[in-house]
Design a binder for this molecule. Structure first.
Ligand code: SF4
Ligand code: SF4
Length: 331
């Protein structure tokens, strides 16, 4: 069954980058230490910030631990247990597969709902070209270990001009691995891609030639597939998650964004101050941009990564770009 998953108004999603350190140097890494902070957040600070979001509103809260590589944080297991104690509804750990500090032995499937593994190619050659030597072997080994320990798993494949053709090979690979979920993401032009002269973006026809059919094939294996909508059809309404949903992207320097496309700039709507209080940022910030209405759809997309928009000869956009948080799900 295929459906568009509109933004949940009943749940908050907390994307918590607990450090920016990483053992890999992926070509498309969105981490920008200048804008996101250096190193690891002390576990006491992680706990305080978790408690702020736990109390902030009564909605169900989903928590995703990210980095850098979150398993490089020696206190990740303690942070997971604290989140559980604070009644976060679901807890996910995103990982590149290296699973440092023996994390699978320090938490249980009752505490971590999903370990989510990043893979960006169906084979060693392509994946390792993007993510670094040895990373393909490690991610496959990591997901097998997590499954053997009884954890639910997902995989994340970030599509760019480097690998859009290759994703068609993923159904064959996934037959053997069988994660519970498969997430397809599209490259965001922030962090390294924003600083690079290479064009990482994929266009409308590349996207539609590769993604919906591949997603369908993967779903036929019995794996839930979630992928971004990206391009809206004429009859589909444009909506901005910054206005309608409760998503928070937290970084070690205290910045808290509602829109991930803004993360290269100091226009975060909220931040943790020196007393660990969550406060509003001064103007102009991302909140001031969410209400702007333009024919191209997402206003931040137009500012930071407009190469994915095509225009007719009269200068009108051929389609609107959807909010990056709007997803299709096939189960
Ligand atoms: S594993 Fe993640 S954080 Fe590390 S370099 Fe790759 S994309 Fe960046
Ligand atoms: S991606 Fe665009 S539409 Fe979505 S929250 Fe950000 S500004 Fe709003």
């Amino acid at each position: 069954m295929k459906k568009t998953v509109s933004f949940s108004k009943k749940a908050s999603n907390i994307f918590f980058h607990i450090l920016t350190d990483c053992n890999l140097k992926c070509a498309h890494c969105y981490i920008n230490k200048k804008e996101h902070g250096q190193g690891k957040l002390p576990v006491e600070t992680i706990k305080l910030w978790l408690s702020v979001f736990a109390k902030r509103n009564p909605k169900k809260k989903n928590l995703i631990f990210l980095g850098g590589e979150p398993t490089l944080h020696p206190d990740l297991s303690e942070a997971v247990k604290e989140a559980k104690r604070l009644n976060y509804e679901s807890i996910t750990v995103d990982t590149n597969g290296y699973l440092f500090f023996d994390i699978l032995s320090k938490v249980t499937p009752e505490q971590v709902d999903y370990f989510s593994f990043s893979i960006d190619g169906s084979n060693t050659k392509l994946n390792d070209k993007i993510r670094g030597k040895g990373s393909y072997e490690k991610v496959i080994e990591g997901i097998k270990k997590a499954k053997a320990k009884g954890f639910k798993t997902s995989m994340i494949y970030t599509v760019s001009s480097y690998n859009i053709e290759d994703i068609k090979n993923m159904p064959d690979i996934l037959k053997d691995i069988m994660p519970d979920k498969f997430f397809i993401q599209i490259i965001g032009i922030r962090g390294k891609p924003a600083a690079s002269a290479n064009n990482f973006q994929v266009n409308n026809s590349q996207w539609f030639c590769a993604i919906p059919n591949t997603a369908k094939k993967i779903a036929e294996l019995g794996i839930s597939v979630i992928y971004p909508k990206v391009y809206l059809k004429k009859e589909e309404p444009f909506e901005c998650a910054g206005l309608l949903a409760d998503n928070y992207f937290i970084f070690p320097n205290g910045r808290v964004y509602k829109c991930p496309l803004c993360e290269d700039f100091a226009i975060n709507g909220l931040y943790f101050n020196k007393n660990n209080k969550l406060v509003k940022n001064g103007k102009i910030n991302e909140d001031d941009l969410f209400n702007l209405s333009i024919p191209e759809g997402c206003v931040i997309n137009k500012i930071v990564q407009s190469d994915n928009i095509e225009y007719n000869k009269d200068g009108k956009p051929l389609y609107k770009i959807a909010c990056c948080m709007l997803k299709e799900e096939i189960s």
